[in-house]
Design a protein around this ligand. Structure first.
Ligand code: NAD
Length: 297
């Protein structure tokens, strides 16, 4: 069993840390929120008074922070956490951040005598709670293999995408595609219903025809078509519009940097920005259908 420093105990990090503790690891947990630390400590982790205390004596450090600036701010710099980690310790950063930040932290980790892999996830809060996340990992094979037993506690699928930063690139590409297919599926359903079709009948047809896709299979945006989808519970409890907008921003920035054309990704970003600005930032991202219907608040 390993000693793990876990930093960032929010909606995702909290249940991930709890799963590691339940699997028998020693989890030294820290967050800026005392309530978040308390929740995780009550489920078997050890409360740390600071990030430095969390990484003391830890052979692994897992971080699950909001964005690149938090990851860079915590780990880099003269008094950054990398300088306080144990020699040889492996940092697993599961935050969704830009690939350049991930590469910068990986380089600095190596210079500090540690190692780092980027391991962003998909699967949402339910996946974090159930230990069924999908990890998209960037880093060298030896480090990925070393992290694998911990990733297998927190997730069900682990993909090694390539070198440092590759996990973040894979995550960003996937979410850009997801946003595009959510908007496209919503448009098709809205058009069909406007022409008098039943959304369930149209969904069944498209699911089996050439328009079939993941959104139609498990995440239908039309209320009432799929009992367990966020659309059927008022667009709550899924993947928030604000988080999708963040990921589309990462894709847009990367596209500018590497000169790749992403016209539909760019349009999806604009549509999600309008939707968020219209008061739907906290709703599940499938609520983009309501914007097309003119129903978004
Ligand atoms: P969250 O806001 O619930 O949690 C982030 C936590 O980090 C907060 O508790 C905050 O207090 C803590 N934090 C911030 N700076 C810190 C610091 N310097 N030291 C210690 N703690 C600090 O966010 P979340 O939903 O758990 O998401 C975390 C990451 O996972 C994000 O990058 C997000 O894009 C990604 N993600 C989220 C989901 C989802 O469905 N929520 C799905 C996939 C990926």
């Amino acid at each position: 069993m390993a000693t793990i420093g876990f930093i960032g105990l929010g909606n995702m990090g909290g249940p991930m840390a709890i799963n590691l503790a339940k699997a028998g690891h020693t989890v030294q947990a820290f967050d800026l929120s005392e309530a978040a630390i308390k929740r995780v400590a009550e489920a078997g982790a050890t409360a740390a008074a600071s990030a430095a205390e969390a990484v003391k004596g830890a052979e692994f450090v897992v971080s699950m922070l909001p964005a690149g600036k938090h990851v860079r701010g915590l780990f880099l710099g003269d008094d950054g956490l990398l300088g306080q980690m144990e020699q040889g310790a492996l940092l697993i950063d599961s935050s969704t951040i830009d690939a350049d930040s991930a590469r910068a932290v990986a380089e600095a980790a190596q210079a500090a005598g540690c190692a780092m892999i980027d391991a962003p996830v998909s699967g949402g809060v339910a996946g974090a709670e159930g230990g069924t996340l999908t990890f998209m990992v960037g880093g060298n094979s030896a480090d990925v293999d070393r992290a694998r037993p911990l990733l297998e506690v927190m997730g069900a699928k682990i993909f090694h995408a390539g070198d440092a930063g590759a996990g973040q690139v894979a995550k960003m590409c996937n979410n850009m595609l997801l946003a595009i297919s959510m908007i496209g599926t919503s448009e098709a359903l809205n058009l069909g219903v406007s022409e008098g079709l039943d959304p369930s009948v149209l969904s069944d047809i498209m699911q089996s025809a050439s328009g079939g896709n993941w959104v139609l299979n498990v995440y239908n945006p039309y209320p009432g078509v799929m009992e367990k989808a966020p659309a059927s519970r008022g667009y709550t409890g899924g993947f928030g519009t604000a988080l999708m907008l963040k990921d589309l921003g990462l894709a847009a920035d990367a596209a500018v940097k590497c000169g790749s054309s992403t016209p539909l990704g760019g349009l999806a970003r604009q549509l999600y920005a309008m939707h968020a600005a219209g008061g739907s930032a906290d709703k599940d991202f499938s609520s983009i259908l309501q914007m097309l219907q003119g129903k978004a608040q």
